[in-house]
Design a protein around this ligand. Structure first.
Ligand SMILES: O=C(O)[C@@H]1C=C(O)[C@@H](O)[C@H](O)C1
Length: 149
């Protein structure tokens, strides 16, 4: 079982970026916890972060042929702008969960729309970095129930 964790732009700044919104946990902490969670379940986790839309699209394409069974993605600001990332996720037909650390629905209006949510299995919003843990828990259970992946 292999899960790909993708974080988008500015999430490399986690821990110092607007901590009142995104908390004090660093991206390295998030990725290390996710890796340990996956390994404890007998799964592999690949973690990818980029500030560049095309690099995220390329990472999604690569998942199509590397055995990835589930994607957990926080697209950052590309959530609200990127048809390209939406199309890549739909194009590889790998189930994915959309995660947002903050409750985007309590923030600026431009954050209320996602180009991904209607093609996602589900979304986890506003639960801080625990959202990643919960998303992984769901993805691991889903993969365990479908042994082919
Ligand atoms: O809450 C989050 O994780 C999302 C992260 C970002 O960087 C923002 O651009 C999104 O609007 C929200």
């Amino acid at each position: 079982m292999k899960i790909l964790l993708i974080n988008g732009p500015n999430l490399n700044l986690l821990g110092t970026r607007e901590p009142q919104i995104y908390g004090a946990t660093t991206l390295a902490d998030v990725e290390a916890a996710a890796r340990a969670q996956a390994q404890a379940a007998g799964a592999e986790l690949a973690a990818f972060q980029s500030n560049h839309e095309g690099a995220i699209v390329d990472a999604i394409h690569a998942a199509r042929t590397d055995g990835t069974g589930y994607i957990v993605i926080n697209p950052g600001a590309f959530t609200h702008t990127s048809v390209a990332i939406r199309d890549a996720l739909a194009g590889v037909a790998i189930p994915f969960l959309e995660v947002h650390i903050s409750n985007v629905h309590k923030r600026e209006a431009f954050r209320h729309h996602s180009y991904l949510s209607d093609v996602a299995v589900g979304t986890i919003v506003g639960l801080g970095t625990m959202g990643y843990t919960l998303a992984l828990q769901y993805a691991l259970a889903a993969l365990a129930a479908t042994p082919t992946k």
